[in-house]
Design a protein around this ligand. Structure first.
Ligand code: HEM
Length: 532
């Protein structure tokens, strides 16, 4: 009779897999059977056809045929590493999140990326950079899926897929906007609320010098909730301890396509661990009403920033990246960040773009990786997961023999809800997005400050060179005229320099212009420049 023994080692450990060394390995087929030689195919006789019984060959080819998962629809080219976060300045007065309490720390995994290009595209593209951090806290994983710019191209989420299509290859020519910039400027010149972000993109910060030399910004407003159910609005900032550096358009041409990957990987290999401070800007609900009334800044509108003089940064903690990945596919390609992966004490705000992202990321993960994407080692929380989700493709961890419904016979325990949702969800302010997103005079204040106060003379020259160079491939004069009209609302100086550089006379302003899907509120204001 067979003796019953402990089956404890049914599954292999992820850590063991990750640290496997070549010399400990015996070559096997996928069912674990040793196979004498990888370069060996069974055939009939010396010159005959192959055999269906050759599982080794079928196993090898069919797995190879399925090696790729769909690349991310945006942010496909990326690099990442692991590290550690520590709270240095507790935020316990504002948030009950465990990770913000005194002395708390947790492992982090970070993925940096460009946005528009495919997975093999150039690291030095003029593009925003993604900056995603997975905080592996004791209350589950908290993802901050940020960019290296504080503002964004749009404030109405219905525009996002259209905007992204203009950054991708043309459906007919299969060329990018580097070859034909017409659709790029067509979008920009139809959507003036994007002008701040396009100026950041065309300015020096448009090509950061690797991922270590850039900041990260939530862009969106979130909410922090404390033990008493009081809440504030919050924006998160990651401040690079390495400082900010950029690469000019000219220099970018001489760089390797994997420049940022090389820079990050080698810095960590030589022990030069990059680090970032984590800081917050906060605003009470009352202050949010006031900045809307007085300054027309809507906290749910991520095309606008919160002035740092008025809402200073408060440092909370810092993280460093001290470990390169051992297996890029397992640890970076399959990592799945989502703004909806939140922990108690951090909540989303009503920002409509954020609200759409709460849906979109987990939706794409189910498509890109599979319904059980949270069970993959790199995504799995450090803490036990217990719910009634079962089965589905690749259900590796299927929660054992526990009942798969809310059983009264074998009950599972519940933690009381940390926040009073009735109280925290009561406030809505301003009109960030109405049916048709409206362009207002204050949309040009920050871009004007960027031109007049932030850019020095050399930076202005580079900016004009970057834009006129890019517009040289735009085949429609009308688009350039409209875009110059938008830049004229920012600054007459900027518009006239651009007219000189492109040889195109732009519109005198945007008051008389109509935009696709965007309501031109400026047209109502008779004090603005008359239309052409
Ligand atoms: C990636 C959707 C706006 C930052 C993605 C992905 C989708 C997506 C589908 C691919 C995720 C994956 O395959 O794992 C959207 C939608 C948006 C939006 C629908 C607006 C309606 C934004 C904004 C930011 C942002 C405003 C930053 C403030 C990122 C980053 C990634 C990403 C950093 C890469 C994540 C990673 O490293 O895996 N986005 N996005 N996105 N998005 Fe967005």
């Amino acid at each position: 009779a067979v003796e019953a023994k402990d089956n404890g080692s049914l599954y292999r450990d992820y850590a063991e897999d990750r640290n496997t060394k070549a010399q400990d390995t015996t070559y096997t087929t996928s069912n674990g059977a040793p196979y004498p030689h990888p370069y060996e195919t069974q055939r009939v006789g010396d010159n005959g056809p192959l055999l269906l019984q050759d599982f080794h060959l079928i196993d090898l080819l069919s797995h190879f045929d399925r090696e790729r998962i769909p690349e991310r629809v945006v942010h496909a080219k990326g690099s990442g590493a692991h590290g550690f976060y520590k709270t240095t300045d507790p935020l316990d007065d504002l948030s009950l999140a465990d990770i913000f309490q005194a002395g708390k720390e947790c492992p982090v995994s970070v993925r940096f990326s460009t946005v528009g290009g495919e997975s093999g595209s150039h690291d030095c593209a003029r593009d925003p950079r993604g900056f995603s951090v997975k905080f592996r806290t004791e209350q589950g994983n908290w993802d901050m899926v940020a960019n290296n710019t504080p503002v964004f191209f749009l404030r109405d989420p219905a525009k996002f897929p259209h905007f992204i299509h203009t950054q991708k290859r043309h459906p007919a020519t299969n060329l990018t906007h580097a070859d034909d910039s017409t659709i790029f400027w067509d979008y920009a010149s139809q959507n003036p609320e994007s002008v701040h972000q396009f100026m950041v993109l065309m300015g020096d910060r448009g090509i950061p010098d690797g991922y270590r030399h850039m900041h990260g910004y939530s862009g969106h407003t979130f909410k922090l909730i404390n033990k008493n159910n009081d809440w504030v609005y919050v924006q998160f900032h990651f401040k690079s301890k390495q400082g900010v550096k950029f690469i000019t358009q000219e220099d970018s041409h001489s760089k390797s396509p994997d420049y940022s990957q090389q820079d990050l990987f080698h810095a960590i290999e030589r022990g030069d661990f990059p680090g970032w401070d984590v800081a917050v800007q906060t605003m009470t609900p009352k202050q949010a009403e006031e900045v809307w009334e007085k300054q027309k800044i809507n906290v749910f509108d991520l095309t606008h920033v919160w002035p740092q003089k008025q809402f200073p940064l408060r440092k909370v903690g810092e993280f460093i990246l001290n470990e390169n990945v051992k297996n890029y596919f397992a640890e970076i390609e399959q990592i799945a960040f989502s703004p909806s992966h939140l922990v108690p004490g951090i909540e989303p705000s009503a920002d409509p773009v954020l609200q759409s992202r709460l849906f979109s990321y987990a939706d794409t993960h189910r498509h890109r990786i599979g319904v059980n994407y949270q069970q993959l080692p790199v995504n799995a929380p450090r803490v036990p997961v217990a719910n009634f989700q079962r089965n589905g493709s690749m259900a590796f961890y299927n929660q054992g023999s526990r009942p798969n419904y809310l059983s009264s016979i074998e009950p599972i325990s519940f933690k009381p809800r940390a926040v009073d949702l009735d109280k925290t969800h009561a406030h809505f302010i301003g009109n960030a997005v109405t049916f048709l997103s409206e362009i207002r005079p204050e949309d040009f204040n920050a871009p004007r400050a960027l031109w007049e106060k932030v850019f020095d003379e050399d930076a202005k020259e580079r900016f004009i060179g970057n834009i006129s160079g890019h517009m040289a491939n735009c085949t429609e004069k009308e688009i350039i005229k409209r875009q110059i009209g938008i830049f004229r609302e920012v600054s007459e100086d900027l518009a006239s320099r651009l007219e000189k550089a492109t040889g195109v006379k732009g519109y005198p302003g945007i008051a008389g212009l109509r935009f696709n899907g965007t309501h031109n509120g400026m047209a109502k204001d008779s004090s603005l420049r008359a239309a052409n």
